[in-house]
Write a protein that binds this ligand. Structure first.
Ligand SMILES: C[S@@+](CC[C@H](N)C(=O)[O-])C[C@H]1O[C@@H](n2cnc3c(N)ncnc32)[C@H](O)[C@@H]1O
Length: 434
């Protein structure tokens, strides 16, 4: 089948439709490829006649994965663009690690967004191991995400050929990899355990609510349609902690100041640091519109409440629980049906040892969204802490049932990048122990 018979206007609309959902820019010279990918994804025998109908509906997750299989570019290798790794080592990570140590917070969240077959995420794990000798005492999240299911499967497998190691010193190969067959090296289990992989579409509209210290998103947005890239960058910005850093690919267009990042031109490479967000004043919170309660968890909260939630997380990270709770109450006043805000509120209340109030906050989350998995997990944990084991087990069991309805690789919001499968396994183990 070829797009030759379809009017340019229709192909152009199809290309925009795809760009809006997976980000990738598909100019006219790639329209034959686009047409092939879309017809495979839709699996429609009467593809040409039905093109207009396709344009009316968003793609399903399975269709998006088929599109990615056909359209995504998958080039990567260990320590690609070594200057960026040097800049990360000497500037971003050096400062982040020193700041966390100074604050007594041994916690670091790093995200390789568009990780392809995993080499970038494992390279970051190797770097972190070197920079944090006492890493066993740290809570380190290292997340690799991509849209291409086969790339993710290879990342999980962690077995690589020589081509992935071009330019990598022998010492790194010897220390972190085992030869499994001629010309193939497998990531050692202790390194593999440090990295989690999962599906994450950078062009999607929903916010995962993460607060990463460092996001490495290299050679991904350069393939995006400009509008989709701006949206994805805004989302990465929201997913960064206040002092968080962003690394893009060496060949990518420098970010404009309007993107909300400060440019750090180091000797080795250009990095970006999130610009502080101006404080949300009580007036700002009071002025914000009151939306109607919404049943689904996936809708992004209005800007003002998202900003307040972000400030709450920053306060909580620094141990300022009263301020964090105050920000969350203001955020909830704006967006009271958002279960994530109630969930965050419960975490802050739990940290302050107000366990009954934390439970009440989670019950409010579940009142608005009964299928909010982390709400049940949180209630289970609190019931356990308060000695109510039967109730705890009922909540964990409910969470398990809800998790079964999600794709195994789906990453759960507010969970620091845990996938549905990982949480299911953890809950099943907990239920067995009970
Ligand atoms: C060229 S590779 C870059 C890999 C690695 N970051 C590097 O620089 O070596 C681009 C990756 O972006 C992924 N990608 C493309 N569109 C994406 C999207 N909408 N969301 C997440 N990942 C996406 C592709 O599947 C591919 O694995």
């Amino acid at each position: 089948m070829s797009p030759a018979e379809l009017p340019d206007a229709l192909m152009s609309a199809l290309s925009e439709h795809v760009a809006a959902q997976i980000g990738l820019r598909l100019p006219p010279d790639r329209w034959p490829e686009l047409w092939h990918a879309v017809s495979e994804a839709i699996g429609d025998a009467d593809a040409e006649a039905n093109t207009v109908r396709w344009l009316a509906a968003p793609f399903s997750r399975a269709q998006i994965e088929t599109l990615a299989r056909h359209l995504a570019v998958g080039e990567t290798y260990f320590f690609r663009e070594p200057d960026t790794f040097l800049a990360l080592e000497h500037h971003a990570l050096a400062r982040l690690i020193a700041a966390r140590r100074a604050a007594g917070l041994r916690r670091l969240h790093v995200w390789s967004a568009g990780c392809c077959t995993g080499e970038e995420a494992y390279s970051l794990a190797i770097l972190l191991e070197r920079l944090i000798p006492d890493s066993a005492d740290w809570d380190i999240t290292l997340l690799g995400t991509d849209i291409h299911p086969d790339f993710l499967a290879r990342a999980e497998q962690g077995v690589y050929g020589d081509w992935s190691f071009r330019g990598v010193p022998d010492e790194i190969r010897a220390r972190h990899f085992d030869a499994v067959e001629p010309g193939m090296l497998a990531v050692r289990p202790e390194l593999k355990r440090r990295v989690r992989f999962g599906h994450f579409n950078l062009a999607e509209d929903t916010d995962p609510g993460w607060r990463m210290d460092l996001i490495v998103c290299r050679n991904v947005l350069m393939y995006f349609d400009p509008q989709a890239a701006v949206k994805a960058l805004a989302r990465l910005h929201r997913c960064l902690a206040d002092d968080g850093w962003l690394a893009l690919g060496a060949a990518e267009t420098p970010l404009a100041p309007s993107a909300g990042f400060t440019r750090h031109a180091t000797h080795e490479a250009i990095l970006y640091r999130k610009q502080p967000i101006p404080p949300a004043t009580p007036h700002e919170a009071a002025r914000a519109p009151q939306p109607m309660p919404r049943p689904e968890a996936a809708v992004s909260p209005p800007d003002a409440s998202a900003r307040l939630a972000e400030r709450a997380r920053a306060h909580a990270d620094e141990g300022r629980l009263i301020e964090a709770a105050r920000c969350l109450r203001a955020a909830i006043a704006i967006d009271k049906a958002n279960p994530r805000l109630h969930y965050l509120h419960s975490l802050v209340l739990e940290e302050a040892m107000r366990l009954d109030d934390a439970r009440a906050a989670l019950r409010r989350a579940l009142y608005f969204v009964p299928q909010f998995v982390l709400g049940h997990v949180g209630l289970g944990r609190l019931c356990e802490r308060q000695g109510e084991r039967v109730r705890a087990a009922a909540h964990f069991a409910k969470a398990l049932v809800l998790l079964e309805q999600q794709p195994a690789g789906a990453l759960l919001p507010e969970s620091d990048g845990m996938s549905a499968a990982q949480l299911s396994a953890a809950l099943a183990a907990r239920l067995q122990e009970a």
